[in-house]
Design a protein around this ligand. Structure first.
Ligand code: HEC
Ligand code: HEC
Length: 273
């Protein structure tokens, strides 16, 4: 009997002591759940950024054909709205599904959370690596679509195998390089590969370039053109002069290149079978 009483008393003490302790711990638990939620949201946002935004805004958000997004002054609301609706008349298309884009509201919130709490370590290792070798030489790639806005000096890092002076363009990094291998380098460093595929095989965003040279290309206008050197050149220097049937104009950014670099890109595209 005494034993039983003692047990009840002990139980009461435990319960009475435990309840306040439990409730005292609750804010901490809530805080850690919120922190976990934020971490997960940032990781998803970072993955989306590398996938969908990096080729225009730079692998680490440093800015490329689109403005820098790391350390943006925009707030959460403005970011979400811009990404959802895009900027009409620029390469910044609407991404929200309400506006015909591919992203859902929670995807865009994840992107905004990531952008506001920028953390390079969450980005795909590959794309970060390619942008942190941001040594000279650089091609100044002032954007076409956004050129009307204040000029944003952006530079595209080119994998430098030699140490040329900053003013020298990466036309032929090595004497043994053919125009086509130099073109291949440009193709990946300028972000062409992000839309057209690493080997020009095409993606959901942009048509295949492999095997294109010499072929007939049906255009959105209903005309057909032959993909000769002049057409390939114009596709780079004036992307909206001729829109390929089934694709949207205004999407391919125009990059300022020297004639030599354009020629190297054309040579590379012609080498793609
Ligand atoms: C095809 C190129 C391209 C892609 C892809 C792209 N953007 Fe943009 N973005 C731009 C351009 C160009 C601008 C500048 C538009 C202007 O002139 O106002 C811009 C502007 C922005 C702005 C406004 C920045 C500011 O300071 O005014 C935000 C935010 C933004 N983009 C986020 C994103 C996100 C997030 C993604 C990925 C889902 C993305 N963008 C994908 C080209 C792109
Ligand atoms: C933001 C995505 C994007 C990027 C980056 C991009 N392109 Fe394009 N490109 C497109 C789209 C979309 C089309 C089809 C619409 C059109 O004809 O403008 C296209 C069309 C082309 C064509 C014509 C293809 C055909 O079938 O006739 C060529 C050539 C081309 N791009 C080369 C390049 C090169 C070289 C680069 C890099 C300097 C590049 N693109 C960067 C999206 C892109």
């Amino acid at each position: 009997m005494e034993k039983k009483l003692a047990a009840v008393a002990l139980l009461t003490i435990i319960v009475v002591a435990f309840i306040p302790l439990y409730w005292m711990g609750e804010p901490a638990r809530q805080a850690s759940a919120a922190a976990r939620f934020k971490t997960e949201s940032m990781a998803r946002g970072a993955a989306l950024f590398s996938q969908s935004c990096a080729f225009c805004h730079g692998a680490t958000g440093q800015g490329l054909v689109g403005p820098a997004l790391r350390a943006t002054k925009m707030d959460d609301k403005a970011l979400v709205k811009t990404v959802e609706r895009g900027r009409p008349g620029t390469a910044m298309l609407p991404w929200g599904d309400d506006d015909g884009g591919p992203l859902k509201a929670n995807d865009i919130q994840d992107l905004a959370t990531f952008i506001l709490n920028w953390d390079d370590s969450l980005l795909e290792a590959r794309s970060v690596a390619s942008s942190t070798q941001a040594a000279a030489p650089a091609v100044v790639a002032t954007s076409g679509p956004a050129a009307s806005a204040a000029p944003r000096p952006t530079s595209v890092a080119i994998a430098a195998t030699t140490t040329p002076t900053p003013s020298s363009l990466p036309a032929s990094p090595q004497s043994g390089d053919t125009p086509s291998t130099a073109g291949k380098q440009l193709f990946s460093s300028l972000g062409c590969a992000a839309c057209h595929g690493a080997n020009g095989e095409g993606t959901a965003l942009a048509p295949a370039l492999a095997g294109l040279a010499g072929k007939q290309v049906p255009l959105a206008s209903g005309q057909t053109v032959v993909a000769d050197d002049a057409y390939l050149t114009e596709s780079i220097t004036a992307p909206d002069a001729a829109i390929v049937k089934g694709y949207q104009g205004g999407m391919m950014p125009r990059v300022n290149l020297t004639d030599i670099q354009t020629g190297q890109l054309v040579a590379f595209m012609k080498s793609l079978k």
